[in-house]
Design a protein around this ligand. Sequence first.
Ligand code: PLP
Ligand code: TYF
Length: 395
Amino acid sequence: MLEHLKDQAPDKILALVAAYKADPRDDKIDLGVGVYKDAKGKTPVFRAVKKAEHRLVDEQTSKVYTTLAGDPAFSDAMVDLVLGDTVARDRIAAIATPGGTGACRQGFELVRLANPDATIWHSDPTWPNHISILNFMKMKKSPFRYFDEETALVDFDGMMADLAAVASGDVVLLHGCCHNPTGANLTADQVAQVIALLKDKGAVPMIDIAYQGFGDGLEDDAATTRAIAGAFDECLIAASCSKNFGVYRERTGVLMAIAPDAELVKKAQASMNFLNRQNYSFPPDHGARVVTMILTDPELRADWEAELEEIRLGMLELRKQLAGELARLTNSDRYAFIATHRGMFSRLGVGPEMVETLRKDHGIYMVGDSRINIAGLNADTVPILAAAIVAAEKG
Ligand code: PLP
Ligand code: TYF
């Protein structure tokens, strides 16, 4: 049997982790996989997470199964974090999932159950796992233009022109904030125009939000998601806790389905519970419980928000520093976009040869599309990266 297995293309981002590890150079710089790192290159456990885990060990009296949807308190806390009071709680079905990836997968599964003919529209580019999962599931998909390589900003005219072809019932997948891989995001006015277009087309929005708190702050980063969720009868939201709680390996996420009335909420919830059961029965609980404890305990929450804010401001500072250094060295504003992008990532917009040169000659690792993880930098390595980019540009 096993001899019939085909080779599977590796995930290029994850392959980069191995290549970086194998590089013996002491001064190598890792700007690859989207994991937050502090100035020393460490990915620490959040203080509030440590405290919540200690408390959990002390207080938890049983590890009996939760429900198929996970702990309802987790869904409530995440609905509150992502949506605030934008949508009445009784219009939302929700399940805990293994990370944001699990939430995306279960969201696509729900679309397939409800409307197997729907096309899923996704930004070009998007997080490669979106494409990979949709291909694996053999679902119909279609890209829409998103990024202008020249300006490194959103190609909004291209996006709207492509979305004009969306059919009624199609699903349009949008990033809630901190677009991966580009770092370029829609303005509030552009979001309003996208909402008007999708409503006109009869499309269903699906939002993937994996970096709330990494861009402009917890509330501002939720604004796009809330504007869209509040404007439609139906909307899917896949939220990840991996980055903003630093619980990557605990696999903590949630899928929400907003429905127009109680009957459809019940229907959606039953199908979502069913999908959890088909795939793994009960979703992981440890990370979800830690997150719930942090979000509902005022002291833990304040500490978590303070640490997240420190992380966010640190990345913003690195952005400003890198843009400033490149402006100085190139005597131009061609890299000014780095300071206006938000989140962990920016796409530099340089070609694959230059990405290769930076890796070979300078030990600087970034994704092949020239996506850099800002958090992989520190005050000392920013000037090194800027100088290497300028040197590589000159050939
Ligand atoms: N969605 C986007 C856009 C991402 O960048 C990520 C990456 O981590 C995820 C979803 C999924 O994250 P996880 O499954 O680790 O929670
Ligand atoms: O884009 C990234 O780097 C993160 C981490 O299959 C990631 O989203 C990368 C690849 C993958 C899962 C997570």
